[in-house]
Design a protein around this ligand. Sequence first.
Ligand SMILES: [Zn+2]
Length: 280
Amino acid sequence: MMRSDPATPRAWANALVRMWGPRFPVDVQQIALEYSKRFDDPVLRIAEAPLPNFEGALAPLSKRGGWAILYNPNIRSAGRINYTLGHEWGHYLCHRHQAPAGFECGEADVLGGSRQQEREADLFASYLLMPLDDFRAQVGNQRMSVDLLKHCADRYEVSLTAAALKWLESTPLYAAVVVATNGFVLWCRRSAAATRARIFFPSGMELPNCSLAAERSGLVPQEGKDIPPGVWCSRPTREVVIFADYYEMTISLLVFEDLGILPDGWEEEEAGDVFDRFTR
Ligand SMILES: [Zn+2]
């Protein structure tokens, strides 16, 4: 690695965004092919690989001394292909020297992976495709809604799930994203505020009766709905639900508005936490 290379996935992504300017959606293919020319082992190919249970890969081209980024063209949402390319490009920048055999990533790795390198590639993709300042400018002071989330997903060419997670990261609200399938929680993520308040919905939990996600009615309010205390938790809950990304999957965006927001300065404190996570 060159001495001047950024040290963290987030710093890498921010440096590339500064270099390419705020043009959305970000053209990951072009950036990867052009930027990597400065290295001895550039990305030489970006190609389709329609294999089952496969989302993307970073593969060494041993004869030519470079790398290929592969992606599954059969992924259902176009946004996820873009995110996958960003994820593999993140592995290239951050991890290729530690992994000469490259990476092969399934769906669980690309969004919500648990291993550190998968989380780092994910973080890189998120910051490259959805810079925080621009994301905040899109949302402003608006309440989250189905339309607003779709606007963000379209602008950055990412999945609704990826846009929802970015919203969580960007907001001072007490908020959570709960992804469920067949009526049971698969996973939950929280905003910084909700993490401090220990708001959590464990995987395997049954979706509460009377939540929008459990009702699965055809008439989902675009603007979301106020859910009374005792449904999601003991607090009144604003719920926006999306049935779009995957078959039989629901994504609930929950906001606990009665708790207010975190005071200014919360991000500096969070940045310290992130730094700790990646240096431990
Ligand atoms: Zn990966």
